[in-house]
Ligand binder design. Structure first.
Ligand code: HEM
Length: 148
């Protein structure tokens, strides 16, 4: 049971953080180099729409599997790193919710009305929030591994 929970947990983390890394370090710089805003922003909005269909279930899996593991040993017995992961994980979920319902919704609206300046601004906000979440995810993983 615990092995299954850990497997699902790590698989969901890979899907989420791997996608964020791909978006930040491969897709976005390449699209910026090769495409003008009227081509680039609709492409990125569509890529993100599909990627976020994967992120929502990943968040659900991370939360449920994480809580099963944490509550399995009891909050009082859990190492400090596990508590840190819970806190940082909840912060990451909140930041993603903000990214999804704020800048991402605005990006889609901007693309619909071909407002490329607004779309570019929203994409910048999305990239900033995604970078913060990637850093928080790495810190959370380091905490759970090193602070035992
Ligand atoms: C709030 C929700 C979360 C809770 C309650 C939670 C809880 C836990 C716990 C208890 C473990 C330790 C399992 C063990 O060593 O047996 C763990 C490991 C792990 N967590 Fe989380 N976690 C959460 C969110 C996240 C997030 C957001 C990520 C990254 C996107 C993440 C990535 C990982 C990874 C990669 C491991 C495996 C580390 C290792 O191999 O020891 N977790 N988590």
């Amino acid at each position: 049971m615990n092995a299954l929970m850990k497997f699902l947990h790590v698989a969901a983390a890979i899907a989420w953080l791997g996608g964020v890394s791909f978006m930040l370090f491969a897709l976005r710089p390449s699209a910026t180099e090769l495409l003008a805003p009227p081509q680039r922003l609709p492409l990125i909005a569509q890529v993100l729409r599909r990627f976020f269909l994967l992120v929502w279930p990943s968040i659900g899996i991370l939360l449920i599997s994480g809580l099963v593991m944490l509550l399995g040993v009891g909050m009082k017995n859990a190492p400090i790193g596990w508590h840190l992961m819970l806190g940082l994980g909840l912060l990451m979920f909140a930041l993603f919710g903000h990214l999804f319902f704020g800048p991402f919704r605005r990006l889609k609206q901007a693309v619909q009305v071909a407002d490329w300046a607004e779309g570019g601004r929203r994409m910048g906000q999305i990239a900033t929030l995604a970078t913060i979440n990637l850093a928080l995810g790495l810190i959370a993983i380091a905490a759970v591994i090193f602070l035992i």
